[in-house]
Design a protein around this ligand. Structure first.
Ligand code: PGA
Length: 303
């Protein structure tokens, strides 16, 4: 069956007005042009769509069937037109953001603020470690990524927006908890509970020790910052985590940050996307929002 959208539009107009003349007026066509379109449509379908009884025209059974379908096709066309129009703006759409597990401590607050301003936007958030983020960037599976130091190898657009200091944490009763200016070498005698390989935090702490020619003794390995903090609190070792993961523990005094020399390890958070990525207006708006919010967020977390 060969039917064009134009024929369906003409058919729908004639059917809804029960009149060729009114349809011609509505579509700014001549009446013969309308008749021609209907004739062609009937020819394509192989069945009459209208019947004339006296002065009035009526839909045939085939016409009634077609009318049901053509109305739903135009509704869907209108819908998709509206959706595509909205995608050109900020009213609706989907934002795919992937963040490092450690960045999730502040990202949810950012997303909440952004969602309040753009209520029609659906946010799809994925939380994974650095290695997972790099895979997603390589496979173009996400719009924007929030991560630590981005790698050089990928063609990325990266903007640093907030400091990410990594500190040494200990239980309150640890012998080093009361010492000041702990020399770096003293940390070599301690065991550290560490994140999984592929974690940006883990890579950063290992690099920091090896750059200083120092020995890093690692104990248990865990896949989340929450697990690390609990293990440290339980006395299983010291930990090195981002200050952004510690808000609650520092407030409630469950852990302490050691006054260790050469710490914190100074890192930054970056908002990242692939070079050449066609960011949607929503993704662009989120990037700007993050950069604007970062300053006030940083002062709240670090004070
Ligand atoms: P992560 O954090 O340890 O959760 O992967 C990312 C990073 O600090 O680079």
């Amino acid at each position: 069956m060969k039917v064009t959208l134009r024929q369906l539009k003409v058919f729908e107009s004639v059917a809804s007005h029960s009149s060729y003349t009114r349809a011609a007026e509505e579509l700014h066509l001549t009446q013969p042009a309308v008749s021609m379109q209907i004739k062609q449509l009937e020819g394509n379908i192989g069945l009459p769509l209208f019947e004339r009884l006296g002065k009035k025209i009526y839909l045939t059974e085939a016409g009634k069937e077609l009318y049901g379908y053509s109305s739903s096709i135009s509704r869907q066309l209108n819908e998709i037109e509206e959706i595509l129009e909205n995608m050109k703006g900020l009213a609706r759409g989907r934002l795919r953001v992937s963040v490092a597990s450690t960045a999730n401590y502040f990202t949810t607050r950012l997303l909440a603020g952004f969602s309040k301003l753009h209520t029609g936007v659906t946010v799809v958030l994925d939380v994974t470690n650095r290695a997972g983020l790099l895979t997603q960037l390589a496979n173009n599976e996400t719009d924007l990524v929030i991560m630590g130091q981005p790698p050089q190898e990928l063609d990325l657009v990266t903007t640093a927006f907030m400091e990410n200091p990594l500190v040494v944490i200990a239980p309150l009763n640890h012998p080093l908890a009361t010492e000041n200016q702990i020399p770096f070498v003293r940390l070599q005698d301690e065991t550290f509970v560490v994140r999984e390989p592929g974690s940006g935090t883990r890579i950063a702490m290992e690099r920091y020790f090896s750059e200083r020619g120092a020995r890093l003794t690692t104990g248990m390995e865990m896949t989340s910052n929450e697990a690390i903090k609990q293990a440290v609190e339980a006395g299983l070792g010291l930990g090195i985590v981002s200050i952004h993961t510690l808000e609650l523990e520092l407030e409630t005094g469950r852990l302490t940050v050691l006054d260790a020399r050469a710490f914190p390890i100074l890192r930054h958070w970056y908002i990242v996307h692939r070079q050449g990525k066609r960011l949607s207006p929503i993704a662009q708006a989120f990037k700007i929002f993050v950069l604007e919010e970062a300053t006030s967020m940083a002062s709240k977390t670090l004070n």
